[in-house]
Design a protein around this ligand. Structure first.
Ligand SMILES: [Zn+2]
Length: 237
């Protein structure tokens, strides 16, 4: 990994916290920087899976609490923060300058937005998600299937968000750590999950709790498809 790489972690919650912990030492050693984007405050009910935040941080901005926690552990790590919720209005500005983006958001709308924008800018994205006892991750990198190749669009009645459905903290920890590992692989030029969905199911026995699903790029994908390049140009301009 060469110096001055920049990593963006969207969301300093159940996925972002373990991902940041997993990234910290490697990025510090490499002289790389990390930016944490979130607009939320630390809430007592989420602390069991948001491992960077403490009880005394309740009410503080998650970006501030996460930054302090990382500084305690990785004093030479360059940390930036961005107090913002990812939206159509800011996503281009947010994403374009980074070498890899980790999606630890808890909204499907944000996940599609990050996917589309990262594909447009050619910025590698590590998608992560957890619901109840299972989780998934996938790398979106140029030349491979994207998140929209797989899911097309958010369902009309958005599926249960993390808050509604409940999450086992340990599952978020596993997925977040795997997201960090995959992001470091991307920075090293060796993604393991390019166009491949890893599905993790905590209810299954250890030997069979992970499945890899190869996702084929769809030529008619609205985001990355060769048949949809006109639409894409319209969105970029
Ligand atoms: Zn696609």
């Amino acid at each position: 990994m060469s110096a001055r790489k920049r990593v963006l972690v969207v969301g300093a919650g159940g996925l972002g916290c373990p991902a940041l912990l997993g990234l910290g030492a490697a990025l510090e050693r490499a002289g790389a920087s990390v930016c944490i984007a979130d607009d939320d405050v630390v809430d007592l009910s989420n602390l069991q899976r948001q491992v960077l935040h403490r009880t005394e941080d309740v009410g503080r901005l998650k970006i501030d609490s996460a930054q302090d926690a990382l500084e305690r552990r990785f004093p030479r790590l360059a940390i930036e923060t961005c107090q913002a919720r990812v939206s159509a209005a800011n996503v281009d500005r947010l994403v374009h300058a980074f070498d890899v983006v980790l999606d630890g958001s808890d909204s499907l709308e944000t996940k599609f937005l990050l996917n589309d924008t990262c594909v447009d800018h050619g910025v590698p994205l590590v998608h992560g998600g957890v619901v109840r006892m299972s989780g998934q991750l996938m790398s979106v990198v140029p030349g491979y299937a994207c998140y929209r190749c797989l899911f097309e669009a958010p369902p009309e009645d958005e599926v249960a968000s993390c808050q509604d459905a409940g999450i086992l903290g340990a599952v978020a920890g596993v997925i977040g750590a795997l997201m960090a590992e995959e992001a470091l692989r991307i920075l090293a030029g060796e993604p393991a999950l390019a166009g491949t969905l890893l599905v993790y199911d905590a209810l299954r026995p250890e030997s069979e709790n992970r499945r890899l699903v190869k996702v084929r790029p769809r030529p008619d994908c609205d985001t990355c498809g060769t048949l949809s390049s006109e639409k894409r140009q319209v969105r970029v301009s």
